[in-house]
Design a protein around this ligand. Structure first.
Ligand code: SF4
Ligand code: ZN
Length: 267
């Protein structure tokens, strides 16, 4: 049952009731279910949404997030990318893709992570909760293996592993062991205000191919993929990389310039 799985995960990652948790709400089912359950279990949560300004899709997402926060009676912070950064995600992405060959989600992911960490720190949040589910995690792990870069999964897990730095807000994934289908069913049963449409910019054909393959697997196999990933990461041990601060924006990074500044050409 979804609630038992989430409670077990929360226990494993040692989440405290008094901690301030910012839930990254996209407007979709996964983050809405994460928010709903953390609220139900009595955690101190607030919502955070990034309005990516991807025309009607973003408007629908914003409305869903506002409705959810109203329903759950929690505070919502909205970061409007157009107001804060001068352009919507489509324009920013186009600008980056004119110089670098990168997939839509790879760019969007870096930008969103950078915003989330900085804003969560500013709001004095102890943790950021995201809606990543078992299918997402197993899929990313497999993709990293297929691409010959398993080390990219080194920071994966129900809680981010590079938690030691004062400028880095730890990210948690309460749905880490919950299959996507279970999340969808729960969201529909609770009639949560969410958008079930896929993001119009999720056009990574390789990811779609891996997802289609994953959809042919039973949930127990997907869970085995994750358990093996954890076993491997356990053997590698805690990543002992030195975190420094980006010389351009001051955010935590393992290089001289963070990925965000690198993408934005601010070296
Ligand atoms: S699916 Fe990809 S492009 Fe769409 S919001 Fe998510 S990361 Fe961004
Ligand atoms: Zn930077």
């Amino acid at each position: 049952m979804i609630e038992t799985k989430v409670k077990t995960t929360i226990k494993k990652i040692k989440l405290f009731q008094k901690e301030k948790i910012l839930v990254a709400l996209s407007g979709g089912k996964d983050s809405a279910v994460t928010c709903y359950l953390l609220k139900k279990f009595g955690y101190n949560i607030e919502g955070f949404h990034i309005n990516l300004s991807m025309v009607e899709y973003s408007d629908k997402c914003l409305k869903a997030v506002e409705d959810l926060c109203e329903q759950l009676k929690i505070k919502l912070y909205v970061y409007d990318i157009k107001k804060e950064m001068g352009s919507g995600m489509c324009y920013l992405r186009g600008m980056i893709q004119s110089k670098k060959s990168l997939k839509n989600c790879a760019i969007c992911g870096v930008i969103k992570k950078w915003i989330m960490n900085r804003e969560a720190r500013g709001l004095k949040a102890d943790k950021i909760a995201t809606g990543h589910n078992l299918d997402d995690e197993a899929q990313t792990f497999l993709m990293n293996i297929f691409k010959g870069s398993p080390e990219l999964s080194l920071n994966s897990g129900a809680i981010s592993r590079n938690v030691g730095d004062k400028k880095f807000v730890a990210r948690i994934k309460p749905l880490f062991y919950v299959p996507e289908d279970e999340v969808r069913k729960f969201s529909k049963k609770q009639k949560l205000p969410v958008i079930y449409d896929k993001c119009p910019c999720a056009l990574d054909s390789y990811r779609i191919q891996v997802r289609e393959f994953m959809n042919t697997l039973p949930d127990k196999d997907k869970l085995n993929i994750l358990k093996n990933m954890e076993r491997m990461l356990g053997k590698v041990g805690k990543k002992n990389e030195r975190v420094s601060y980006c010389k351009t924006c001051g955010e935590p990074t393992r290089k001289e310039v963070c990925k965000m500044c690198e993408l934005m050409g601010m070296k």
